[in-house]
Design a protein. Structure first.
Length: 190
């Protein structure tokens, strides 16, 4: 099967890419615990497009002998439309003037390989969804994907993607539904 990368031609630096891996149990669990009761495009992961075919993301898949996952800077071609549902969102023009591109680029470079993935935060999120919002879920040493994306925009450009929600509680679907973002591209769900 030929890999599809149609989405790449639509990307501009600092776009937000939201994905759902069709065959991943982890994607399915995130979607199950964060989806609304009404039909919606499945999303389970948030990424920032860095430019030059590179993305910044907080992922547990960056795991190796010396690294327990976290923020990485890597090729956008790690995501294929044959295996992922891919949506691209971009800040609306009203907010683009506030975007501090230089600070975002520096932050992504700094965080790559230094910020760990917050495994315990994901576990606590799932538990909170099952039993009610009883556990504090902030992991001071790591970040999940949507938290990291929300932090980048708020801390570098004072743009709160999901108002009223602390960044460590932001979920990919909330970023997808942010009224500060416009839809640029959406792959088919089949």
């Amino acid at each position: 099967m030929k890999e599809k990368y149609n989405f790449i031609e639509h990307l501009q630096p600092y776009d937000i890419i939201l994905t759902y891996k069709k065959t991943s149990l982890f994607s399915k669990y995130i979607w199950k615990f964060t989806k609304p009761n009404k039909p919606a495009t499945p999303v389970s992961h948030s990424i920032i497009y860095y430019g030059d075919n590179l993305i910044g993301e907080s992922t547990f898949l960056a795991f190796s002998l010396f690294n327990c996952g976290g923020v990485v800077l890597r090729s956008v071609k790690n995501y294929k439309e044959t295996s992922h549902i891919i949506t691209i969102k971009r800040l609306k023009n009203t907010y683009r003037s506030s975007l501090n591109e230089e600070l975002i680029k520096e932050r992504i470079q700094r965080d790559a390989t230094k910020v760990k993935y917050a495994f315990t935060q994901v576990l606590k999120l799932f538990i909170n969804k099952l039993i009610g919002n009883t556990l504090e879920i902030k992991d001071e040493e790591g970040a999940v994907c949507s938290e990291w994306v929300a932090d980048i925009f708020e801390q570098t450009s004072n743009i709160k993607l999901v108002p009223g929600v602390e960044n460590h509680k932001v979920e990919p679907l909330q970023i997808f539904n942010s009224d500060k973002l416009a839809l640029v591209y959406k792959s088919t769900e089949t």
